[in-house]
Write a protein that binds this ligand. Structure first.
Ligand code: KG4
Ligand code: ZN
Length: 337
């Protein structure tokens, strides 16, 4: 069957979103997401609870995706799933479900790398970048600069050696007494704060790598010292603290992205992952687009955070290459691009 008529069901279950999407003719028809609110009470994703919630959500989510696309099981041509990276117990739910469906329907099975899919989310809607481009993938679990040579040909040229930037947002937000996940809350406060009020230490790693743990410690010690003299320090300076922390994180990201763009001579710059929703990051990218003649690509928010639409997009390109896997495939929590 020509790839242009292929209908693919894609499943994402790497962390705390259970998601299903149907792609037909290379177009994403829908993107059904069940978010797991159970983790909010714990201040972070609890792996055991994530697996249980995936088990509860996966059948209704897949059902809704198929109904919404007006497609019956028997019309499907392939099943795709996120193989990794992610939480083992969470990945196993989607992997086992996809394998069972492919076996029962006797259709090909496609494994997808979650990080590659974040990059390929840029091909869901227009405008689409040309090759090669750089993608800064920033989420709660990853911080990578990826050189994208083609749909399925990507190299990670820089990454964090400790915390992911989303984790740095969440952990510093927690120090300010904000809820979980703190990134969006910190972003909101930062919008009415002074980003130059406080200075925090910014680590500079070799090449295009990042480190965010130094900044986290610097914020922790600074707050501890200030609170000794003034117990109301955080309350009185919340917006300025949020803006200053956010600026420090964005400075570190942009420094490496500018270095990579200059040294590799690539001025098409894309961002992906949950942190690409950050308004400060978006503003800074747009400023740099004007001053450095960058062409910047930011996907719709729906396709920035974890979603099966991006898995379906990746699966479409893999189907074209006939990149299928057999039933011996298993989840891979530390899968690399
Ligand atoms: O990609 P994602 O939904 O999940 C994975 O980690 O794979 O990313 C979630 C991360 C969290 O750390 C969250 O705090 C952060 O993205 N985030 C933000 C914003 N929206 C989400 N960080 C800063 N500003 C935001 N507006
Ligand atoms: Zn993700």
């Amino acid at each position: 069957m020509p790839a242009s008529h292929v209908k693919i069901l894609a499943i994402e279950s790497s962390c705390d979103e259970t998601s299903a999407s149907v792609a037909a003719n290379g177009k994403i028809l829908n993107n059904i997401i069940a978010t797991q609110s159970v983790h909010e009470n714990y201040g972070g994703v609890v792996p055991e609870l994530a697996s249980r919630a995936h088990q509860q959500n996966i059948v209704p989510v897949v059902d809704e995706a198929l109904k919404n696309a007006a497609i019956d099981f028997k019309d499907l041509d392939a099943i795709a799933f996120t193989r990794g990276p992610g939480l083992m117990g969470a990945l196993l739910v989607g992997t086992s479900f996809a394998k069972s469906m492919a076996l029962a329907l006797d259709i090909p099975l496609i494994e997808v790398n979650h990080m590659q899919a974040h990059v390929l989310a840029h091909f869901i809607d227009d405008p689409k970048p040309d090759f090669p481009f750089l993608c800064l993938t920033v989420s709660g679990g990853h911080t990578q600069i990826v050189k994208v040579n083609n749909y399925l040909d990507m190299e990670v040229i820089g990454e964090t050696i400790d915390d992911a930037v989303g984790e740095a947002f969440d952990k510093t937000a927690k120090m300010l007494g904000l809820g979980y996940p703190g990134g969006p809350l910190l972003d909101k406060l930062a919008q009415s704060g002074d980003p130059n009020k406080f200075q925090f230490s910014k680590s500079d790693m070799e090449g295009y790598n990042f480190s965010f743990s130094g900044l986290k410690t610097s914020v922790l010690y600074f707050l501890r010292d200030q609170l000794k003299n003034n117990p109301e320090f955080i309350e009185e300076n919340k917006n300025d603290l949020a803006a200053s922390i956010q600026k420090a994180l964005i400075d570190m990201l942009m420094k490496k992205l500018m270095k990579a763009s200059k040294e590799l001579g690539i001025n098409q710059i894309a961002i992906a992952g949950g942190v690409s929703a950050n308004s400060g990051l978006r503003n800074r990218l747009n400023e740099l687009a004007a001053s450095l003649q960058w062409k910047v690509f930011i996907p719709d928010f729906e396709f920035c955070t974890d979603n099966a639409g991006m898995i379906a997009m990746a699966a479409h390109y893999k189907y074209e290459q006939k990149e299928f896997v057999d039933q011996s495939v298993s989840a891979m929590p530390r899968m690399k691009i």
